[in-house]
Each structure stands twice: as C-alpha cells, then as structure tokens.
Design a protein around this ligand. Structure first.
Ligand code: ADP
Length: 319
C-alpha cells in the first residue's frame, strides 16, 4: 500500500485527534501517505479529503474533538453511496481506510471491506460500548470529566444539604454511570443493564440522612430515564425533593487524558500495521493491557458488557 485514508465518524470523543496523529505518523514511518477524510462517511461519499503530512497532525495530541470533524450519515447504509465513495477513493489512489468511531461506524467499515476495500476500525467513543475491546478512546477522559463535575456538585450539595440527581450519557451502556458512580461515591447508580429498585434508592437516601450525611448523589444514565423524570418519580412516590444536574455535552469535550492519548497512540498505530499486513474488515482493541486485532464480523456477534461487578461493589461501598 502506498496511500491510505483516515476518518472519524459518529459521536466524537476526546483522543480522536491523538489517534489521527498516530495513524499519520505510523503510516509515514512506513512511507505510506495518509489522506484525511472530512466529516466521516459524508466526506467519504464526496471524496472530501486532504493529504495529511507530518506537520498537519502537529499540535493536536492534546486537543479534544476531531480535526477531521465527524458526522452521522444515514445514507451511507445504502450500497449506491458506498459505491460512489469507493469510486472517489479509486480515483485518488487510496487503497485502505482507518475508521475511528463507534460500532455504527464499524458497520460502514465492514460494508466497505466486504466490497474489497480494506478497512480497520479504531474504537473511539465515550460510551465504552464497542464489542471486543475492554476500553475505547475517550472513555477515560469523559469519566474524569463526570467525576470532576460530581465532586463540584457534591460541594454545593453538602453546603445546602441537598440531594442531587446527576444525569450522564449512556443510552445503551452504563459504563460511564457505573465507573463515575464508584469513583465519586454515589449513593445510587441507575444503568440500562440493571433494573432499578425505587425503594432501595429511597432507603439509601434515608439511611444517609439518619447517620448525619449532608448530601446524597444519585447517578442516572440517560438510557434509563432523564434526571427530571427520576426527580418527578421520587417526589411523587416518596415526597423526596432532589435537584437535577444534566451534564450533557461537556462529557464529550476537553483535552484527552494521558490514558486516552496512550490508548489512541497504540490503537491508531496498530490499525495502520494491520492494514499494511493485508488485514481487512478488522478492528483493533485492548484486552488485559495488550493491543490485539479481531474480525469486525466477530465484533457484531459479541455484545458489549458493562463491568457489573462494579455495580454490586458500589452498593456495598455506599451504605
Ligand atoms: P457510532 O459510530 O458512534 O456508533 P453511529 O451509530 O451514528 O455512531 O454511526 C456512525 C455512522 O456510521 C452512521 O451515520 C453511518 O454513516 C454509518 N453506519 C452506521 N450503520 C451502518 C450500516 N449498517 N452500514 C453502513 N454504514 C453505517
């Protein structure tokens, strides 16, 4: 291979820039040119891309977001648009593609690989919900953002002796809520993977009050319900007043943590190697601290599982 391309797609995540940098620098190390495709599959279809030289990815390792921009591009599910993009790649002499994104983006990568255009997926999402890898790029940064925010909320909650509900991102995966809940010492955590028990939530709040606790923090992943809905339920069912804080998009932003930068460097570089070794329809991931690669087909047969032991542990620790 003499020329490959890289794109970022779907929900953005801190560390995507560090991954782009790793792809470009590793490819250049092997005398391979890298085209940066703008706005995910939208740019792929239109052939919107530029050569990224070593300097083009300088000064981005510490920056949140993605210099290539991202998009949702529903039409990319259609064969016609995939073909159109492939034609543009052929014209530009691009022989392979690194896709940085979540499992939705992986489906696009798999579709292209099945058409004979080699693609490798790099997991980039704050949700940590890509099957096969233990961690995704962006999760650690988002987790730290959530924990820092909860620490701040706790200060004001204590001063006013309030109970707070903090709504965090996570439609289908509770990883962010779970890890943040354990790290911030929340009384209760509501995640999509586990049914919640209203009586238990209320009992935990009451128990805290009884032993003189000045505040209470409940974390709810958005996939369970909104913070507002939970506040309403607690008010109606138990007459408990809570304040609600929805963290929203701040969870996606910010400079990537050192851990995410290292992960992005390792995974981005490995993705290039996999392409150069002739791999196609594959993804890179991390398991037991080791970088590895696996078939995208396999990824879709697996289901991401949040670390449920943390759920049990957080209950035990926040009595
Ligand atoms: P994420 O990659 O963060 O999971 P999405 O699920 O929104 O985000 O997927 C990102 C993009 O991947 C979609 O907008 C679409 O362009 C592409 N994509 C998703 N599913 C498919 C599919 N089945 N076939 C081809 N492309 C897909």
């Amino acid at each position: 291979m003499k020329k490959i391309a890289v794109l970022t797609s779907g929900g953005d995540a801190p560390g995507m820039n560090a991954a782009i940098r790793a792809v470009v620098r590793k490819a250049n190390y092997h005398q391979v040119d890298v085209m940066g495709i703008y706005r995910g599959y939208e740019g792929f279809i239109e052939g919107k891309m530029e050569l990224l030289d070593l300097g083009a990815v300088g000064g981005i390792i510490q920056r949140g977001g993605t210099m290539l921009f991202s998009s949702r591009c529903p039409e990319f599910k259609e064969d016609k648009y995939q073909q159109q993009g492939l034609e543009k790649m052929k014209q530009a002499g691009v022989e392979g593609l690194v896709v940085i994104g979540g499992d939705g983006s992986y489906r696009g990568a798999l579709a292209l690989s099945k058409k004979g255009f080699p693609c490798v997926g790099v997991p980039g999402t704050i949700d940590n919900d890509v099957p096969g890898t233990e961690y995704t790029i962006g999760f650690d940064t988002a987790l730290n953002t959530v924990v820092e925010s909860i620490d701040k909320i706790r200060d004001t909650a204590t001063s006013h002796e309030n109970s707070f509900i903090v709504e965090v991102m996570g439609r289908d995966a509770g990883d962010l809520a779970l890890w943040a809940g354990l790290a911030a010492g929340a009384e209760s955590i509501l995640i999509p993977e586990e049914p919640y028990d209203l009586d238990d939530i209320i009992e935990r709040m009451n128990r805290g009050v009884a032993r003189g606790k000045k505040h209470s923090i409940i974390i709810v992943a958005e996939g369970v319900m909104s913070g507002g809905e939970l506040a309403q339920i607690l008010k109606e069912k138990a007459g408990v007043h809570t304040r609600v804080s929805v963290l929203g998009h701040i969870q996606r932003g910010g400079a990537p943590s050192a851990r995410d930068r290292v992960l992005a460097g390792r995974l981005g570089a490995r993705a290039v190697e996999v392409l150069l070794e002739g791999g196609s329809g594959r993804a890179v991931g991390i398991k037991n601290h080791e970088v590895f690669d696996y078939d995208l087909d396999e990824a879709f047969k697996m289901k991401h599982k949040a670390e449920i032991s943390l759920y049990t542990l957080s209950k035990e620790l926040s009595i």
